[in-house]
Design a protein. Structure first.
Length: 147
């Protein structure tokens, strides 16, 4: 058992060699078990273990905020009755940390929502207004004007 846990074994077809002992098919069960404390699981076929790095870096957090924001804007576009190809001017009023995350991904946001301009201020008169939450729950108020 110690040899198998340390990886000191090999498989030749249906025969497994561990600690100098040859085990025939039926004498053993190959089972992949991920290390404890990792975000991992063996596939049902038991031939692969999938491990995920679940650490959230500040960059990933900002990207998540930007993606949430795009989702919010796309829903607002739909609610405003805009055509899928309509260009917009976008206004966004939010806290400084969220604004920083959005500015870091501004090109992506503009491309995804077809915004020809983005202002980080309260929406002007005539804008379609919407609000929601992004990231960890930051409030966002936005305005959309068709261009």
């Amino acid at each position: 058992m110690a040899a198998t846990r340390s990886g000191a074994w090999r498989r030749d077809g249906d025969v497994v060699h561990a600690a100098g002992v040859a085990l025939q098919a039926g004498d053993y069960v190959l089972q992949l078990v991920p290390n404890t404390g990792t975000a991992a699981a063996a596939l049902s076929t038991n031939d692969v273990v999938v491990a995920l790095d679940t650490a959230v870096t500040p960059e990933l957090e900002q990207e998540g905020i930007a993606r949430d924001f795009v989702r919010l804007v796309q829903q607002a576009r739909k609610d405003a009755g805009l055509h899928v190809s309509d260009r917009i001017a976008l206004s966004c009023d939010t806290d400084a940390a969220t604004q920083s995350a959005l500015q870091a991904h501004l090109a992506y946001i503009q491309e995804q929502v077809l915004a020809v301009e983005v202002n980080f201020a309260a929406a002007g008169a005539g804008a379609f207004l919407a609000e929601g939450k992004v990231g960890g729950g930051a409030d966002v108020r936005l305005g959309i004007n068709k261009r």
